[in-house]
Design a protein around this ligand. Structure first.
Ligand SMILES: Nc1nc2c(c(=O)[nH]1)N[C@@H](CNc1ccc(C(=O)N[C@@H](CCC(=O)N[C@@H](CCC(=O)N[C@@H](CCC(=O)O)C(=O)O)C(=O)O)C(=O)O)cc1)CN2
Ligand code: MET
Ligand SMILES: [Zn+2]
Length: 718
């Protein structure tokens, strides 16, 4: 077996340095280009990446880290786990990812504790696994034609099955992996990387036994590449000795989030993840070299802690950043250079940041009155109908708005003209909602490029990038802000837009804010302060904004926390502490509101059933939550939830318009799970990724279904 290369990365961004893949995908989906053109863009991006990694001096180049949508979906396809209903679609892959007319997409949820989302494998007793190895083999050949030998990266069998809740199918799936390894060996591939991030969470004895079975069996294959099992996002814990006892030749450890390995790894190659794939700070050389020195293994390879998918491409594409800050940053390109330098042990990175400043601890927030008291005050103040209909905040972000923002940046549109356009869009959103018959209106968020970046641009302590795109799901990206200093709110941020919207209508308009946990979760955050202290600084800024909205006459304020579940530690031992401070931060942000101000919160992709107690602890008067896209599973657990709740009645990520019958059915299920007076009617999430045509048709059906149920409620009440 050839030795493992001395330097590598676990994966690389694929959206393109200028989001070339996004443009190609969206143009293909809109019918403006062909599948061939899309595939050509994919090939160009892969070629560019391999060339760049090689130029930077990286020895071990990965392949099959490219994906047209998602690497977990790719694994479902690789293993033949394509549900029958998609097989006759014109393009089954994108039908699974996004749905088609008459066909809902597969579930989508958060990738561990990141802001990346994967397509959940759907595995049933009827699933027949069958290897379709075209993609990994194709990428190996493609790279070879360019002169590069690569290491294909494939999601490992245990994580794949755990994500699909089907570990009982291990035996069947291992047959496919065996075939894959044989095919790769026949292709002359020296090493394969099997990603097993699920092993850094708490695993049952049965699950650990599955790890042993899987890697004993794959290891026993006669003809196969070297096996490199990569873990990331934390510590392998109990899974490490299990893995170490199997024949796998190389084990990848996240030495940024996890500690030094306790097991003796003599005889193994340790692929040491010392350069963070989750943060954008330059690697402190002393710490990295100390981690490397502490390893007791036969051989050590320098690597990133996880795939670089979660960071932007290149700091040098950011001319607008303050040079002092820039000097402290490393994006994917710079991280590859760090890996190479560490492997050559000629490292001269930035010194670790200076000593952290002690800040006053969080103040215990004053409490609002008990829910019943608030609910009565709000009912009188707001007089809403039964089953109030609302939306989650954003309305379609039109190309004109995005272009207008780009024009302001380019200096070709004045700020005043831009603001007039935003006001016109707010008026359009208000009129649409009035015409449709919604009860609690929103201004539509047209002034926001993103629900986190917009706030970061208006708070002290943050920097934002021009090209620092990171994939969130499919073609959708964000530019996570960089939180580098103490946070402060120099002046009100949303008040003028909220007040303008409210001035246009007699119906209540919800003020719309992003919560402290989410702002921090979706930014790159300074590492010289405990995370909770940073979150409390942001909470204080949000609290000031809540106060100002209330003073401006806004009587409903939504503070979104879609990332509450995301920061939940992967190991149970640390979860209670996190949830306690996260909930306390939310209450600090919202508890300045008076009793008659109705506080809403919103969560999505949250596997909310797992953190329902914490959601209850947020003490919001109304919680809207993603439900439709996850098969309304949440309804099984919400019976005990004591306040207003709006489980989403349709999935907003698919261009598909839900029928009124479908919405009615979901509402009926909701009303079997909850008392009618607590039920709110709303979509799963914000509407910014949809078109007006889709939104108007969908919401019209929501209103029709709700009106039928309201009529039934009045009949039974009489
Ligand atoms: N941060 C964050 N994380 C989140 C969510 C979220 O809303 N925000 N939602 C959940 C799902 N994730 C999502 C992530 C991104 C998007 C999304 O729509 N992103 C937009 C970009 C948003 C943005 O920053 N827009 C900017 C820049 C837009 C742009 O592309 N401008 C053009 C120029 C303008 C033009 O001519 O069109 C360019 O830069 O080239 C703006 O509106 O100003 C996209 O990928 O298309 C949606 C959901 C979970 N995580
Ligand atoms: C990802 S949660 C989105 C909440 C935000 N208010 C919106 O409607 O877009
Ligand atoms: Zn949402």
């Amino acid at each position: 077996m050839s030795p493992f290369p001395k330097s590598t990365v676990l994966g690389y961004p694929r959206i393109g340095p200028r989001r070339e893949l996004k443009q190609a995908l969206e143009s293909y989906w809109d019918g403006r280009s062909t599948r061939d053109e899309l595939d050509r863009t994919g090939a160009e991006l892969r070629e560019r990446t391999w060339r760049r990694l090689a130029e930077l001096g990286l020895e071990g180049l990965p392949s099959n880290t490219f994906s047209l949508y998602d690497q977990v979906l790719d694994t479902s396809v690789l293993l033949g786990a394509v549900p029958a209903r998609y097989r006759s679609a014109a393009d089954p892959y994108f039908a699974m990812a996004r749905g088609t007319e008459g066909l809902a997409p597969l579930r989508m949820t958060k990738w561990f504790d990141t802001n990346y989302h994967y397509i959940v494998p759907e595995i049933g007793p009827e699933t027949v696994f069958k290897l379709e190895a075209g993609k990994p083999l194709g990428e190996v050949r493609e790279a070879r034609a360019l002169g590069y030998e690569t290491r294909p990266v494939v999601l490992g069998p245990v994580t794949f099955l755990l994500l699909g809740s089907a570990l009982d199918r291990l035996d069947d799936v291992l047959g496919c992996y065996e075939e894959l390894l044989a095919a790769l060996a026949a292709e002359g591939v020296a090493w394969v990387q099997l990603d097993e991030p699920a092993l850094v969470g708490d695993r049952t004895p049965d699950e650990l036994a599955a790890v042993r079975t899987a890697y004993d069996r794959l290891g026993a294959l006669g003809s196969r590449p070297g096996l490199f099992v990569a873990s990331y996002f934390g510590d392998l814990g109990e899974a490490l000795p299990v893995l170490a006892a199997t024949p796998v030749e190389a084990i990848g450890l996240d030495l940024v989030r996890g500690g030094a390995p306790v097991a003796d790894l003599t005889g193994k190659t340790v692929v040491a993840g010392v350069v963070s794939g989750r943060e954008v700070w330059r690697t402190a050389p002393k710490r990295a070299l100390a981690s490397l020195a502490a390893l007791r293994a036969s051989r050590v390879t320098v690597s990133t802690s996880c795939s670089l998918l979660h960071v932007p491409y290149d700091v040098d594409a950011e001319p607008g950043l303050d040079p002092a800050l820039k000097g402290r940053l490393a994006f994917a390109e710079q991280k590859v250079a760090e890996v190479v330098a560490l492997a050559r042990a000629e490292f001269h990175g930035a010194a670790p940041q200076g000593p952290s400043v002690a800040l006053p601890g969080p103040v215990v927030p004053e409490e609002r009155s008990p829910y019943a008291v608030r609910a009565a005050a709000q009912a009188e103040h707001l007089s809403l109908p039964a089953l109030p209909i609302t939306t989650i905040g954003s309305f379609p972000q039109t190309g004109e708005l995005r272009a207008a923002r780009a024009a302001v940046t380019a200096g070709t549109l004045s700020q005043a003209d831009y603001e007039r356009r935003v006001e016109a869009e707010i008026e359009r959103v208000i009129r649409v909602q009035e015409r449709l018959g919604l009860d609690v209106l929103v201004h539509g968020e047209p002034e926001r490029n993103d629900m986190v970046q917009y706030f970061a641009e208006h708070l002290d302590g943050f920097a934002v990038t021009s090209n620092g795109w990171v994939q969130s799901y499919g073609s959708r990206c964000t530019r996570p802000p960089i939180l580098h200093g103490d946070v402060g709110r120099p002046s009100p941020i949303t008040v003028r837009w909220a007040a303008h919207a409210q001035s246009l209508t007699a119906k209540p308009v919800k003020g719309m804010l992003t919560g402290p946990v989410t702002i921090v979760a979706w930014s790159f955050v300074r590492d010289d302060l405990p995370l909770r202290d940073v979150v409390f600084q942001v909470a204080d800024a949000v609290r000031e904004e809540v106060r100002d909205l209330e003073a401006a006459g806004v009587s409903i304020i939504q503070v979104d926390e879609p990332a509450l579940r995301e920061l939940l530690p992967l190991r149970r031992a640390a979860q209670t502490d996190y949830l306690e401070w996260a909930v306390a931060a939310y209450r600090r942000a919202t508890s300045g509101a008076s009793d008659r101000t109705q506080i809403h919160t919103h969560l999505c992709y949250s596997d909310a059933d797992q953190i329902l107690t914490a959601i209850d602890g947020l003490d919001a008067d109304v919680t809207t939550i993603e439900s439709a896209r996850s098969g309304a599973r949440i309804l099984d657990t919400v019976g005990s939830f004591g306040r207003g709740l709006g489980p989403g009645v349709y999935d907003i990520h698919s261009p598909r318009v839900p029928s009124d019958a479908e919405v009615e059915e979901l509402l009926r299920r909701t009303m079997r799970a909850l008392p009618a007076e607590r039920v709110w009617v709303n979509p799963d999430c914000g509407l910014k990724t949809r078109t007006y045509a889709e939104v108007e048709a969908s919401l019209a059906n929501v209103v029709a279904a709700t009106r039928r149920l309201r009529a039934e409620l009045t009949r039974t009440a009489r």
